[in-house]
Design a binder for this molecule. Structure first.
Ligand SMILES: *[C@@H]1O[C@H](CO)[C@@H](O)[C@H](O)[C@H]1NC(C)=O
Ligand SMILES: *[C@@H]1O[C@H](CO)[C@@H](O)[C@H](O)[C@H]1NC(C)=O
Ligand SMILES: *[C@@H]1O[C@H](CO)[C@@H](O)[C@H](O)[C@H]1NC(C)=O
Ligand SMILES: *[C@@H]1O[C@H](CO)[C@@H](O)[C@H](O)[C@H]1NC(C)=O
Ligand SMILES: *[C@@H]1O[C@H](CO)[C@@H](O)[C@H](O)[C@H]1NC(C)=O
Ligand SMILES: *[C@@H]1O[C@H](CO)[C@@H](O)[C@H](O)[C@H]1NC(C)=O
Ligand SMILES: *[C@@H]1O[C@H](CO)[C@@H](O)[C@H](O)[C@H]1NC(C)=O
Ligand SMILES: *[C@@H]1O[C@H](CO)[C@@H](O)[C@H](O)[C@H]1NC(C)=O
Length: 519
């Protein structure tokens, strides 16, 4: 069974350059006593974790809150110490804050995670936490200043799922959040998100992509065109070192895993992953890279069975190196997850995010849904049913996620004054945002900036065209734009510019002494 990509916006590795003191904020477990979905209701409170950086703060300055999204808030420290929020805080004498999301990190409203105790994990409850926090928080050491909204302007920043959250925050709580910058914000919840692979197909290196397509087709021709020849299927799996053979869907799912590395790319080597480039270099190499992978006798036969030329040396080399790569990266190919028959679930980001996926967000990524005229990057044996089967196994959920809970806020048409929508040209999540490739481009205005990040392949360390997942959020510590590629730097300075305009508007309407120029 294929697990949902863990946290959708997690970078491969996170550099904890700076750490911050942790604080607790007491918040209600249940804001919606009128909704039956939360029954039985709760009158309890619980601790939400937050961190802040007052380095740049001057009395009268705004608050910039980073929505931590679907991970431990500590994973976002580098977004407070460097990057766009740091630039905003430094420019406008603001306070930078990270607020953890309920049911992630240490912000659990319940002691044990069970299907029943997960019921307070919903986007609307989490949004209500953020609003309640902005309206009530008293920052230790800054008790003399009223930093609550709306006495102080609050600007929310988030990337990916958190990007959608901040957009919704501004729309649902317009009197609390003065503005929001939504980067790669997935405002559209989608059950069948086969499009995830489209930006990879369209912007990945051409030779690599066509090789992935060919290998995928070889596998599908063998498994799909010879549906009952289990001998042949077992031979194919044996070529990959799998003996005894595993379930075909688990097998092809394993083959698709290297693509998960595409979204973990970042222009900064300290946070991004080079693995997609490695994978491409492996499968396009004409020389054998894995001496241990030398089961060459079987390959021409398999290639021929799939209807391809068994004497094509380039093709055989690609296949061999693909086998070697998969074998080396997954020595124990145990792809089956044990479903939990007991009600106890692990207290982890993946359990929480999977629950959100199964209840409200979807984003299952089947290969079977790729239109017939597109040569897919993953097997068509990966069906919607297969990719969503953990919902029943882990949470006993057998109905589709209620994506209307999310899409009622606008989905692809999401738009609201003082919400900036930043996207990435080659972001696999692009087609779940208003920047979806098939939508027409909106005009970018001061009130509703609409900006797509594009970074040329010559500008990034892995040589693959970029603008992937919220590439404006991170920065280089201590360097104002030092090593940042031009495409990212320009967008960051645009953000600083339009947020300044929003703060000027606030000053005009509510001015109580704050101006950026005084300091
Ligand atoms: C925050 O609350 C948790 C319990 O929810 C506690 O374990 C932790 O020590 C508290 N942290 C601080 C800084 O008060
Ligand atoms: C519950 O209250 C919220 C406002 O707090 C409202 O938006 C929502 O529509 C209400 N739901 C029902 C079922 O009445
Ligand atoms: C099934 O595959 C085996 C091994 O590749 C082959 O020898 C056999 O002819 C195939 N059987 C059919 C019915 O195609
Ligand atoms: C093949 O991939 C491995 C694993 O990522 C990597 O270490 C190696 O450098 C790659 N080889 C080439 C030739 O790119
Ligand atoms: C093939 O790999 C095996 C180890 O898996 C090794 O013992 C054998 O010598 C290799 N054969 C060739 C021709 O490289
Ligand atoms: C997989 O890797 C192991 C360990 O290096 C090696 O012994 C084996 O031959 C490899 N199998 C394949 C199919 O590449
Ligand atoms: C060999 O395979 C490669 C990779 O799939 C393909 O680009 C090439 O056209 C093939 N050559 C022949 C002669 O079939
Ligand atoms: C199932 O329960 C076991 C034991 O409590 C735990 O280790 C495992 O992570 C759980 N699986 C999931 C998907 O939560």
């Amino acid at each position: 069974m294929r697990l949902q990509l863990l946290a959708i916006s997690l970078f491969a590795c996170v550099s904890h350059a700076v750490s911050y003191q942790e604080y607790n904020f007491s918040a209600p477990v249940d804001y919606f006593h009128n909704e039956t979905r939360y029954e039985p209701h709760s009158n309890d409170v619980f601790n939400l974790r937050y961190w802040f950086d007052s380095t740049h703060y001057r009395p009268g300055g705004p608050v910039f809150v980073i929505a931590a999204g679907e991970t431990d808030g500590e994973d976002r420290f580098s977004f407070l110490s460097q990057g766009i929020v740091t630039q905003l805080a430094a420019t406008y004498n603001g306070l930078g804050v990270i607020l953890e999301h309920r049911y992630y990190g240490k912000s659990y409203p319940v002691a044990d995670v069970t299907v029943e105790s997960l019921r307070f994990l919903s986007t609307e409850q989490a949004l209500a936490d953020y609003a309640y926090f902005a309206e009530n928080v008293v920052f230790p050491g800054l008790e003399d200043h009223d930093l609550t909204a709306p006495a102080t302007p609050w600007i929310a920043y988030g990337g990916s799922y958190a990007g959608a959250m901040v957009a919704f925050l501004r729309k649902i709580y317009p009197d609390t959040f003065w503005g929001a910058v939504s980067s790669s914000g997935v405002t559209a919840a989608i059950i069948d998100y086969w499009d995830y692979y489209e930006p990879i197909r369209n912007y990945g290196p051409a030779d690599c992509i066509s090789t992935i397509q060919t290998i995928t087709d070889i596998v599908d021709r063998i498994l799909i065109d010879h549906p009952t020849n289990h001998t042949l299927h077992a031979q194919l799996q044996r070529a990959f070192g799998l003996s005894p053979a595993i379930d075909n869907a688990d097998f092809v799912s394993l083959l698709s895993r290297p693509m998960d590395a595409f979204q973990s790319r970042n222009w900064d080597p300290a946070v991004g992953s080079y693995e997609f480039r490695h994978y491409c270099d492996n499968i396009t190499s004409p020389v054998p890279l894995y001496p241990q992978t030398n089961n060459t006798a079987l390959l021409p036969y398999l290639v021929k069975s799939a209807g391809y030329n068994p004497r094509n040396k380039t093709l055989l080399a690609s296949l061999l190196n693909n086998i070697g790569y998969i074998n080396a990266s997954n020595p124990s190919t145990t792809t089956t997850t044990t479903s939990n028959s007991s009600s106890q679930l692990s207290k982890s980001s993946s359990t929480s995010w999977n629950y959100q996926v199964c209840t409200e967000w979807g984003y299952f990524m089947p290969g079977s849904s790729v239109p017939a005229n597109i040569s897919p990057l993953l097997s068509r044996l990966i069906t919607l049913e297969y990719t969503s089967s953990f919902c029943h196994a882990d949470f006993h959920i057998s109905t589709p996620p209620n994506i209307e809970n999310i899409n009622k806020h606008g989905g692809f048409d999401f738009s609201f004054p003082r919400v900036a929508l930043i996207g990435g040209v080659a972001d696999p999540w692009r087609d779940a945002t208003p920047h979806a490739e098939w939508l027409s481009t909106r005009e970018s205005t001061e009130s509703e900036p609409f900006i797509l990040i594009d970074v040329g392949e010559e500008e990034v360390w892995d040589g693959i065209r970029g603008g992937v997942h919220h590439w404006d959020q991170n920065g280089v510590f201590g360097v104002e734009g030092g090593e940042v590629p031009k495409g990212v730097k320009e967008v960051q300075s645009e953000i600083v510019g339009f947020v300044g305009g929003w703060l000027d508007l606030w000053e005009e309407e509510y001015g109580s002494g704050y101006t950026a120029d005084i300091y």
